[in-house]
Design a protein around this ligand. Structure first.
Ligand code: MG
Length: 121
């Protein structure tokens, strides 16, 4: 017996492709227009605000996700998704190859000492 599985399986994409798709959506919704270019520092602050929203969601509800039909997704998973979406929007807007940067950093991290040489956290 086989499981029917999901009707539509999302196509797997690389991180840079995902970043460009996220940025294209932002452009379609009126962000990043020429006379309202988004400053790098402002975008970093907005990324931080999403991290804070994840913290508050966890404090109030734990790590659950929920949404009412037709309304926006809520909870820690959704706020963490906002963090990733904002980071990828920023990298696409500023021409940062985040996919290579992540892979490079992962390879470097693999070479690091146990707890990075004795750090407490
Ligand atoms: Mg949010």
């Amino acid at each position: 017996m086989t499981s029917p599985g999901p009707e539509v399986v999302p196509e797997s994409r690389g991180l840079n492709d995902l970043a460009q798709e996220i940025h294209d959506t932002a452009l379609d919704h009126g962000w990043w227009v020429e006379d309202e270019w988004r400053e790098f520092g402002t975008m970093l602050a907005l990324i931080h605000s999403e991290v804070s929203e994840a913290l508050e969601a966890d404090r109030e509800h734990g790590k659950v996700a929920w949404h009412k039909p037709g309304e926006k997704p809520e909870g820690v998973p959704s706020e963490l998704a906002d963090v990733i979406i904002r980071v990828l929007d920023l990298t696409a807007a500023y021409g940062i190859d985040i996919e290579s940067a992540v892979l490079e950093k992962m390879a470097y991290n693999d070479t690091r000492a146990h707890k990075h040489g004795g750090k407490a956290y």
